[in-house]
Design a protein. Structure first.
Lengths: 299, 473, 313
């Protein structure tokens, strides 16, 4: 067998301190993150997503501000609202699908088993994949936001710099949350087709069904404002939307009586409450995914 | 050093004792009695020049004279009562800094309170006052070029920047008010209100039972409500800029029981509601005219109560309002006209076309929105605006026409392009470079992160690997 | 090097591995023998700490369930078939695994050289032949030069020459003192490579013997591949199994292991069952390097053989 040359060999003392043939937790995680990032970069979905998101955000920004003449600066809020709609539609879809494909895809190809036979832990694998996908998505969105910021600068001047930065931050948080849910679905399902299906279903529920259901509930059961708010905030998309609006307007009054109730009741704590909701959606599904991935031990 | 200062002090006291008008620079606060004595010694109609300095206490002027500040003259009531009371007509107050009124609600302490008009209040600066300028039956008063900034209180507890009470024929020009309650006009007619700026207050301009007035070129930004007219008739609003008034009412212009209002050439931008019409006009034969305004980027462009009638809404540009027109509580606006002489309004959401190329859309604009109708009936549903579920409902309604509600209004002759409007130009120009920098930064960051990940780990890792070795079998 | 105590793995109510205990010393070479479904693969996955299981297993001093990462660091694993992203290029893939084990990029080219894959670095994994893939897997397993190599039927998807290459490489590795643990269904491989054989049946360990004990050397086994005229090889396979032969359907045709002196027997059996044999070939074989005198009666071995191969799933 080939021996390692002497320059790499520091004697037996060191060998007893280092367990050979594997790497530290953080480095291993980063390796997987990088691998996932590169895989994402070279995949068609990612390219498509980046292009779609960029084009849509540019056109939303442009359309909102078209015909505004010299009054464009006032259109910042409106542009953000348009972007909000786009983000709530596209970002969760992408993050859920990407997350859902991650583990289930490896499982279906049989690569998962091979990876797990290497000196790594399941946590490193899962977390590495999560980070890689998260960075890839945030880069892609950063690119899209960069382009729409240039439209804003051109048409609306420097209005709302803080609010826009906050929108970007919250969007990244939302994508992390949805990715987290996607990975949970991925860990739970045996085949990537199933995982993707679950991801789509989850998207449908979060984006449409839960809102429509709550709307029906509001009308039929005459829910009170506090009830509507309490239910709505559980949906990370609603929390995200309210977070963006409260950040831009300093209140949720534009959301009608429910928004006014929330603003009055929680005051300054409201934005923290909303941010916390999204953070919970980031952490809890990911934690749960790790538990399931480790306990079930499927390959 | 000490000696010379004491000397100056002694001299100045002596000089003041002699009541000789002159000016010295002194940081040492004096009593307003100093000014009172100056006034006492002046004849009616004379001009009294107040030397630079800080004067503490409450000043009462009851002689028709002209009070001029020579340089920086500060009159400070130290937080109690009204700072200056003008108790007779014919007084002119010019160039003072007035500050530190009381803040108790019951006596409504003000910066300047006038009890008899006409007086002239000009070029003054008001700081830390509860009310700014309060006119009690002081007709034909001129309030011009004053700057008023209120106390740091909650919106509901503040006093008014300028208040007129039974004061007809006044001129209110070029004043700026920040952090106050309203600029409010009670029972005062035939006013001229021009080029005032109100921001961060409750109602920018507020009319109560005040008729026959023209308001033009005022700028109302970041208030709860821009202009609110109540029970006031025959008022023209022209060339005003009403921007970003988004309080819990949040109207750009609100009309309550007002007859014969003309709203023309105003820019109404980014308010919660551009124009709110509540029972106006309310009398028989009265009309309302809303024309040539730009209503852009508001949450709701035009909001009206269901009984609203006899308004003519024409040649306005409704651009990118979240809701262009809606009825409070549901219903239709069929008793109003959205065109005049064959010209309607420009609608950024107009889905028709202008094949004839005559500037008028070939199809009427009659938007139907199921979600809007739901919103009008169930205000709680407003929490779902700006969400894809809202779009889903609209799409469903479009796919199943049976679900489509009646249109809230019909514009039979929508304009196919934005009409040329004579709007007041924006005084606030924003610097686009920070946003451009953000844009560049984001693009650069996202690309360089990608580049970094692709190219560097191979290199950076060799160093880490110096610590890692493999087994030598 | 490997120490297993009462390793039990249940999938639902079936016990895929049932109370298997054994010890494997350094430089030993252990074959897992049994039919498909006997639990070879599951046992290997348990030993690598990929599956949770009850019982205990150590690699070196590391408990595979609690310190799986450390345990796996001592093991190079070669799967039945290398599963990679098809689009991945060979070089980037092996570099990734090199880094995973804390090795340099240069180590990757070193092992590629070792398995004769130099020059193919820029190929995509999907363009590699089966043998090349297995050599790549071997290269990855060897990259950090671990003391133990675990192989799960490494040659089952290979043609004769591919198999020969892999077996030769493994043979060399054995001689360098590596500990080998491999699952196989080919007696010749077991003969050549293993110093011990664990015979598994329905998840249970039923024998812990030497290859010579399992198959007497004077009847050294040969594998023949039969191509029948029948469309359904399963039927032919069952006929042969009933007669006590080990049959494999992996690859093309039927692979039957027979003692050297009874090579015609399968053809006779098939003829009796009215199944025509279109063609046959005798696959190349590596003669066992040692020839210990067997203690066990040949029939016993053949009997065990029959039982294990009877339950083909």
């Amino acid at each position: 067998m080939t021996t390692i040359s002497n320059d790499q060999y520091c004697g037996l003392d060191h060998r007893s301190n280092f367990s050979p043939g594997h790497t530290s937790k953080g480095y291993c995680t980063l390796l997987f993150a990088r691998r996932e990032f590169l895989d994402a970069l070279s995949s068609r979905w990612f390219l498509l997503y980046t292009i779609a998101f960029s084009m849509l955000s540019i056109s939303v920004s442009y359309m909102s501000l078209a015909g505004s003449g010299s009054q464009g600066f006032a259109g910042f809020g409106r542009t953000t609202a348009g972007l909000l709609n786009l983000i709530m539609l596209v970002v969760p879809l992408m993050a859920l699908i990407a997350g859902a494909g991650s583990i289930a895809g490896e499982r279906e190809r049989g690569t998962l088993l091979y990876l797990l036979a290497q000196p790594i832990t399941r946590t490193e694998l899962l977390f590495g994949k999560y980070i890689g996908l998260a960075v890839a998505m945030c880069c892609s969105m950063g690119f899209g936001f960069g382009l729409s910021a240039s439209v804003l600068a051109w048409k609306a001047g420097g209005v709302g710099l803080g609010s826009f930065s906050m929108l970007i931050l919250l969007t990244c948080m939302l994508s992390l949350a949805m990715l987290s849910v996607g990975m949970l679905l991925s860990v739970l399902s045996r085949r990537s087709g199933v995982a993707t299906g679950l991801g789509l279903f989850c998207w449908l529920v979060l984006v449409f069904l839960s809102d429509l259901g709550l709307m029906a509930g509001t009308v039929i059961f005459k829910l009170r404002v506090q009830e509507v708010f309490a239910i709505a905030i559980f949906n990370p998309l609603q929390a995200f939307k309210m977070g963006v609006i409260v950040n831009m307007n300093a209140s949720l009054d534009v959301l009608g009586p429910v928004g006014t109730y929330a603003t009055r009741t929680f005051g300054d704590a409201l934005s923290w409450l909303l941010a916390l909701t999204i953070v919970a959606w980031i952490i809890l599904p990911l934690l749960f995914a790790m538990l399931v991935f480790r306990k079930r031990g499927g390959v | 050093m000490l000696k010379s200062r004491t000397l100056i002090l002694l001299i100045s006291i002596g000089v003041i004792g002699l009541a000789t008008p002159f000016s010295i620079a002194s940081d040492q606060p004096q009593s307003v009695d100093v000014i009172a004595e100056l006034i006492d010694q002046a004849d009616d109609g004379a001009t009294v020049t107040v030397p630079e300095g800080i004067y503490q206490g409450n000043l009462i002027v009851s002689k028709p004279i002209t009070l001029l500040a020579n340089g920086q003259v500060i009159i400070d009531a130290l937080g109690s009562g009204t700072v200056i009371e003008l108790r007779t007509e014919g007084i002119t107050l010019r160039g003072f800094t007035v500050r530190g009124s009381g803040s108790t609600v019951d006596h409504e302490p003000a910066g300047v309170r006038a009890f008899d008009g006409p007086v002239i209040i000009e070029d003054n600066r008001f700081e830390d006052v509860y009310f700014g300028i309060d006119l009690r039956q002081s007709p034909e008063t001129i309030i011009r070029n004053n700057f008023i900034i209120g106390k740091e209180l909650e919106l509901g507890r503040r006093g008014d920047g300028i208040r007129l009470w039974w004061s007809h024929g006044c001129v209110i020009q070029d004043n700026t008010a920040i952090d106050l309650r309203d600029m409010v006009f009670w029972y005062s007619e035939d006013l001229i209100i021009e080029r005032n700026k109100v921001s961060q207050s409750r109602y920018g301009l507020h009319f109560m039972y005040s008729h026959n007035t023209v308001m033009s070129e005022n700028e109302l930004t970041d208030n709860s409500v821009g202009i609110y007219l109540m029970y006031s008739n025959n008022i023209t609003l022209k060339h005003n800029r009403v921007v970003n008034n988004r309080g819990s009412s949040g109207y750009g212009i609100g009309l309550k029981d007002c007859d014969d209002i003309i709203i023309q050439d105003n820019a109404l931008l980014a308010n919660r509601v551009g124009v709110y019409i509540d029972n106006s006009p309310s009398s028989v034969d009265a009309v309302g005219l809303i024309t040539r305004n730009r209503l852009s980027f508001n949450e709701i462009g035009l909001l009206a109560t269901p009984i609203t009638h006899d308004n003519v809404i024409t040649e306005n540009a409704f651009i990118e309002n979240e809701e262009q027109v809606t009825v409070h509580g549901g219903g239709q606006l069929t008793l109003n006209s959205f065109e005049k002489d064959g010209r309607g309004n420009f609608w950024s959401d107009y889905a028709g076309f202008d094949l004839e190329n005559d500037g008028i859309g070939d199809l009427p604009h009659a938007p139907r929105s199921l979600f809007r109708n739901l919103l009008a009936r169930e205000p709680n549903l407003r929490i779902f605006v700006h969400s894809p579920a809202q779009q889903a409902i609209e799409l469903t309604a479009r796919a199943f026409p049976d679900l489509s509600p009646q249109p809230m209004f019909t514009d039979p002759h929508p304009l196919s392009s934005v009409p040329a409007l004579q709007l007041m130009s924006s005084s606030d120009s924003t610097n686009p470079w920070p946003m451009a920098a953000l844009s560049g930064g984001l693009l650069l960051a996202s690309l360089s992160v990608g580049w970094f990940i692709i190219y560097t780990p191979g290199r950076s890792q060799t160093q880490r690997l110096h610590h890692l070795r493999s087994v030598d079998a | 090097m490997i120490n297993a105590k009462q390793v039990t793995k249940k999938f639902g109510s079936t016990r895929a591995v049932d109370g298997v205990s054994f010890e494997l010393g350094a430089s030993e070479s252990l074959a897992l023998w049994g039919s498909n479904g006997a639990g070879k693969t599951t046992l290997i996955r348990c030993l690598l700490g990929i599956f949770p299981f009850s019982g205990q297993a150590n690699i070196g001093e590391h408990d595979v369930q609690r310190h799986g990462k450390l345990a796996r660091a001592m093991v190079g694993y070669v799967p039945q078939e290398l599963a990679f992203h098809d689009d991945a290029r060979l070089e980037r893939s092996i570099q990734f695994f090199a880094k995973l084990r804390g090795m340099r990029v240069s180590d990757a080219s070193r092992v590629l050289d070792m398995v004769d894959l130099s020059g193919h670095e820029s190929k995509r994994v999907r363009d590699l032949s089966g043998g090349m893939k297995q050599r790549l897997a071997l290269a990855i397993a060897l990259i950090a030069d671990p003391p133990i190599i675990v192989l799960d039927e490494p040659t089952s998807n290979l043609d004769a020459s591919g198999r020969q290459e892999v077996v030769e490489t493994l043979h060399r590795l054995r001689e360098t003192g590596k500990t080998l643990l491999f699952a196989s269904h080919r007696p010749d491989e077991v003969h050549t490579l293993a110093s011990r054989v664990l015979v598994l049946e329905k998840g249970k360990l039923i024998k812990d013997v030497t290859p010579a004990q399992l198959w007497p050397t004077h009847h050294s086994l040969q594998t023949i591949r039969l191509h029948t005229t029948s469309e359904n090889d399963d039927h032919a396979a069952n006929v042969l199994r009933e007669a006590g032969h080990t049959v494999n359907l992996n690859g093309h045709g039927l692979c039957v292991s027979v003692p050297n002196n009874r090579k015609g027997e399968p053809m006779t059996l098939l003829a009796q069952a009215s199944i025509g044999v279109r063609d046959f070939e005798i696959l190349e074989n590596i003669q066992p390097s040692e020839s210990n005198e067997p203690n066990a009666h040949p029939d016993v071995a053949l009997n065990a053989h029959k039982q294990s191969s009877g339950k083909q799933s």
